[in-house]
Design a binder for this molecule. Structure first.
Ligand SMILES: Cc1cc2nc3c(=O)[nH]c(=O)nc-3n(C[C@H](O)[C@H](O)[C@H](O)COP(=O)(O)O)c2cc1C
Length: 194
């Protein structure tokens, strides 16, 4: 196989002292050991978007804000996505939702999966994110990694690291296998019907 899909690892939080760097770095380190795909971290801090203020919904007109154009170009460059999502008030973060509102065609017919973190592994945020991504024509996959309260307390208060929780790396393996398969398959499908 010569085609290597490009997969974006999208962060969801921007606050100082965020935990999000830990799971993002962890999944990036695991993913980039693969030789069948390429991975790149996308940090929302690098895309200081306004709260959505485009004149039209993007289904009707291209985005105009310069930061949003840059964000959209970055997202368009990927064949698949891993969302590293925190859970804020039982859902996705406002920063991620606003960033997704600035997209439309860039994500069509591409797959996504998730590394969630929070009290119940970010699972409520992940499930909400699946609904949001449906509107962006993203194919969300079954496998995900959920980093829960026990692991987060261990890392935040007891000096533990992601390596102390090997079941998380075990969960990442089928998630990445499936995401790469879908990224290659949907890329071929998009090319065949372009
Ligand atoms: C505004 C806000 C709302 C939160 N709501 C939830 C929640 O509903 N469920 C949950 O499991 N954790 C919740 N948390 C705790 C987060 O899981 C925890 O702070 C996590 O570290 C946030 O990700 P971050 O550090 O990358 O910002 C909330 C945190 C914030 C700041």
């Amino acid at each position: 196989m010569s085609f290597k899909p490009r997969i974006g690892i999208i962060m969801s939080t921007t606050r100082p002292g965020r935990f999000g760097d830990t799971p993002t770095q962890w999944i990036h380190d695991i993913a980039r050991q693969r030789t069948d795909s390429e991975f790149e971290v996308v940090d929302l801090r690098d895309y200081p978007l306004p709260l959505f203020e485009e004149k039209l919904p993007l289904v009707y007109a291209p985005v105009e804000n310069p930061v949003a154009k840059r964000w959209a170009a970055t997202i368009a460059s990927f064949d698949g996505y891993i969302f590293v999502t925190a859970e804020y008030n039982h859902s996705v973060t406002g920063a991620l939702k606003n960033a997704l509102d600035h997209l439309y065609a860039e994500t069509h017919r591409k797959p996504a999966t998730f590394v969630g973190y929070g009290g119940v592994g970010g699972s409520r945020a992940v499930e909400h994110l699946r609904h949001i991504l449906a509107e962006l024509h993203v194919a969300t996959l079954k496998h995900a990694v959920h980093i829960g309260m026990v692991e987060m307390i261990g890392m935040l208060r007891e000096g533990r690291t992601m390596a102390d929780y090997p079941h998380l790396a075990e969960a990442a393996k089928p998630m990445l296998d499936d995401l790469v398969w879908w990224s290659i398959t949907l890329k071929a499908g998009r090319a065949a019907t372009a």
